[in-house]
Each structure stands twice: as structure tokens, then as C-alpha cells.
Design a protein around this ligand. Sequence first.
Ligand code: GBH
Length: 444
Amino acid sequence: ARMAASEPIPPFPRDFLWGVSTSAHQIEGAVDERVPSVWDAFTAEPGRVKDGSTADVACDHVHRYREDVALIDGLGVGAYRFSISWPRVLSPGGLDFYDRLVDALCAAGVRPVPTLFHWDLPLSVEAAGGWLKRDTASLFAEYAAQVADRIGDRVDRWITLNEPAEHTLLGHALGQHAPGRQLLFDALPVAHHQLLAHGLAVRALRAAGATDIGIANSHGPTWPASDEPADREAADFYDVLLNRLFADPLLLGRYPEGIGELMPGEVDADLKVISEPVDWYGINFYQPTKVGAPLDSGAATEFSGLTLPPELPFSPREIEGYPVTDFGWPVVPEALTELLLSFRDRYGDRLPPLVITENGCSYEGIDDQERITYLDGHLRALHRAMEAGVDVRGYFVWSLMDNFEWAEGYARRFGLVHVDHATQERTPKASYHWLRDVLRAQRA
Ligand code: GBH
């Protein structure tokens, strides 16, 4: 039984921005043409990436971007969200590649939406302390200004950071992403410095003439495992870490209770920079999380490919009763409606227009009916939130094509386009054709 075939997707506003997303490290390859990032170093350590693969070639996008822009164009989306590799900008070619990419997108009538940081910190910046160090925030703002100077004449919409929450948690608290630090709660400064970097970059981009600036944060509803106070408390704590730790400072100018005290430096002054109003707020949505009190096993637990140390004051639980993707993530479209309504309720008048900057799923195969069902369900869920009055201006599918899925290597396929990683052959999947038809119908 497929919902997709039943009723057409309801009409979205005419000026709604449809797009697809990628990130530099996951698709570019051409590793010899740039200085290394933390991900190159991390990947080189045995055991870090599950299938032992590297992103040295990835989708070889740097050499095949014309073909990829043609695929984006053929899909009929209005925008392409990609990320700029800071290490590549520091390399001899500088911004040349992005200059060519932006030209190709403009020639195809596709709006370029660059993200300035999607986890691939230059190794030289990491060696100087990386995100644990406050200076990295100012370095980032200088880099942002440099990018705007070069391509700002053709780019009007910017994203500062991708998912500082995941980069803090996976990269610095649990060590399952680069740079592989396992600092647990001592990773909190990494969150603060990324938020500060965002605020300083907003100012730098505005100074360079940019007018349409946002951020892409990962969010999802947190469901308590039960009504027991211990489970509710644990779920609330997780909700603070995933959602409010990042959204509150940006949108309300303050940290959730108890967090500000743990942050380094002049926190109140920094919060003024961090809460510099954005023009829109990006949400990456994949799934809700069910959380309960710690299980008191005294041992690390495995959850969805993550190893969680016993010290954590919460434990994630399986969500039963929904289909799951290849990655084991539950497919719960109504959780997107719930999330958007909860944002409106929490942030009220302080909430800028929203954009879904990522949504997607991992499944095998070119005849990917499950991905169609996933996207169809999430578009309807998004539409319901908009009908209820949430101001959402755009939706980007993660991802244009199968790519290097971080610690999972090439084992997970999120693309609308299949990539044969041995030959680099691109093949549009059933979901690509489906989305193209949905967008045609929206334009009709
Ligand atoms: C994004 O992060 C990244 O921006 C992107 O680079 C990446 O390729 C893409 O998603 C796909 O992974 O164990 O069921 O609780 C993903 C953020 C946060 C989504 C953790 C899944 C855990 C699922 N992820 N969440 S579950």
C-alpha cells in the first residue's frame, strides 16, 4: 500500500523554495587538490569508518560538477545547497572551484545556497585547538568574508554552519566523528564557539552585503519513554542538548537553564553576537528520538551504530510501531509536524521564517519506493504544519546523490541519484523521477 499513488501532494506557495542538499567532504573528492581536514585524518585511523573507506574520491564531484548540475537542473528544483570546504579555500586554487560551480548553477537557473561549514575543519585549525578554542570563531568569520568577497555577487542565500549539535556530540563528546574527541560534557565549549562563529559570520557576511542568512540545525521531537518522572526528566535533558542548546541562544539570546554557567568566556556578551537575528532558520529533520532514564547497566550501550558511555544521564530507546530505514531510523512523518508546531509554540514572535534544509533517508536500490513513501509522507506533514500557520519557506532533500556517509562510509545511500562508487556512474532513482513529477505538478 503506497500513499504516494493516492492523492497528489497539496499545493505549496508559488514562491516556496525547493532544493536538494549535499556537503563538500561527502561528495567532492579531489583530496590532492586541497590541504587536509579533520575528516581526512580521522578516516586514516583504522576502525573509524565502518567499511574502511575514505572520501579521497567520494563522488569525484570536483571533476564532475557539470554532470551533477545537469542532474539538479533536470530535477526542476530552484536551489542547490552545497557546502564550501574551508580546506579547499586555503589551498592554491582557493575559491576557483566554487566560482565555477556557482557559475554553472546560475547558468542553469538554480540558486546556489552555500553552507560555510559542514564539519570539515582544516587540520591546521584543529592543530591550533579547533573548536575548543575561541580564536576559531574569529578565523571562521574571516573565512566567511573571504568567500562572500569572491562569490557574493552571485549568491544571495547563505548558511553559516551545519548541525553544530551533531558536530559537538558526535565529533567532540562521543568521538564517533572527526576530530574523534571523547570529552563528554567537557565538549560544551565546542558548541559555544560554533555558535559564536555563526554570530560573527552573520556580521561579516552582512558587512559584505549579504541579506539572506540562516543556519542549518538538526532538530527532532524528543519522546519520553514513559510518564515516569525519571523518564520525563531524562527526555527533557536530551531535548535541551539536541534542540534548546542551539535554538535558544540563537532565537532567544540565552542558554537553557544551567548551561550558560558551563560555557567559556564572556557568555553574556557572546550571546548578543550569537543572537544577531537571522533572516531564516534552517531545520534538518530525520526522525524523533525516544529517551528514558539511564539503564544503570554500568556498561556502554549500543544504539543505532553509536556507542554510548554509561555516564550519560539518559538512554535512547527503540521507537516501535513504525517502519525503519536501512539505517534503522524510524519513519515518523507526523513528528515533523509536531516539531514545527513546537517551534512555533516555544519561540513565538521570535521565530524567523523556517526552511527545511535537510530531510531524507537511506535505502538501497534504484527502484527506491520506500524513499518515495518517506518523502511523500514528510511533504504532507510539512504542509499540515504550514496550514496550521507555521511559516516555512523552503524544503531541501538530503541528498542529491549517494555519498560518503561519515563513519558509515559508502554503506548508506541517501541519494535521489544512485552513484556506482567504482565507476562514478550516476543513475537517477525512482525517487528522482517522482520528485521531478511532484515539482512539475506544483508549477502547473
Ligand atoms: C545529517 O546529520 C548531516 O548533516 C549529513 O551530512 C548526513 O549525511 C545526513 O544527516 C544523514 O546522516 O538513532 O534513530 O535516533 C544527521 C543527523 C542525527 C540524524 C542523529 C539521525 C539519529 C537517528 N542525525 N539521528 S536515531
